[in-house]
Design a protein around this ligand. Sequence first.
Ligand code: C5P
Length: 413
Amino acid sequence: MSTLAGKHIVLGLSGGIAAYKSAELCRALVKAGVTVQVVMTEAAEHFMTAVTMQALSGKPVFTSQWDSREPSNMAHIHLSRDADAILVAPASADFMAKLLHGRADELLSLMCLARPIAQVPLILAPAMNREMWANPATQRNVAQLKADGIHVLDVGQGDQACGETGDGRMLEAEEILEDLEAFFTPKVLTGKSVLVTAGPTYEAIDPVRGITNLSSGKMGFAIARAARMAGADVTLIAGPVSLHTPRGVKRVNVRSAHDMLQAVQVHVPDQGVFVATAAVADWRPANSAEQKIKKDSSGQTPQLSFVENPDILATVAQSAAAQTGALFCVGFAAESHDLLAHATAKRIRKGVPLLVGNIGPDTFGQDDNALLLVDASGARELPHGPKQELAVQLMTDIANRLTLHAGSFGVGG
Ligand code: C5P
């Protein structure tokens, strides 16, 4: 379930061609369990009908402060009082200029001005032509709106409806949803850098064949996403998986265990947390053939021999940063049975303060999991649930450990 479930959002539309994305956004918000009250400016109605937005939000749309459905005629007051946030998407250049000056000549700007600023945050998703976006007047306005405590989302980059290409597109609905979720997530990891490994590795036998494993990367990607939502600067080193990069996360793609180790070594300096979720292949073929090994008619099968891969987690855990507590290392263990015993032994063998156990065959490729957090003092269960929710709980747990034991991590016995 999304962390947005149960929230009440007033979705404002000002005039811009990006209003077509607001229909999708409204639908996505409703799907995430949000109740949506749509408010549109007159200009917005030139791009999108109130009928469409009513059908998607399941609520009558407000477009005028003179709306006679409001018994007291105070829609600009009542609409925002129960809201968890007002989200204006698209926020046009003109609408932002208006907000900046506290002007209130139609319902949406009037409602924004009349909102209780301490309780109802205002979030803007700007949308405009690239020249309008780059104009010093717009940039000045954005800077001042931010200084006034208004949360201005980024703009997208690419082809624009006007035929030009550049900055100024409104973010896609799913990106806005991600940013909204991040907005509501407690920032327990602000100022921290988190490095995550995820997915399987692929060890080549020849240019067309290799050995790998069943890891989908979902748990590691969920952890990277949760860490970013919690305010961390996140780098995700991913083996070959076909998953979307979580928004705001730096992703480095690798293939083999060797590549993964190299990428980790490049990125690990200056990190505060290292979470190794990758299912690194234990062995690789001793020799990877440069050309495809051909099947001949002799009936002979190729003779493969293997060498052990470097243990990335154990290598990092032995670094000075990890040993002095500057880097907090977390390992994962995918077991098939005796989770507590195996996870406890693995934590000590890897030399990490926290090891997270899960039952591999139950979770490979699934969206759900159950975790067992094992440290020097014992074990704690995070019961069965969606990987994304477990990732949030794990990040909260790690943040607490960072606060409680800053500078005094020990592997212990
Ligand atoms: O030894 P095992 O593969 O069960 O250990 C699992 C933990 O160690 C995971 O955190 C995994 O990402 C990490 N690991 C690693 N490099 C390896 C093998 C495992 O970082 N070569």
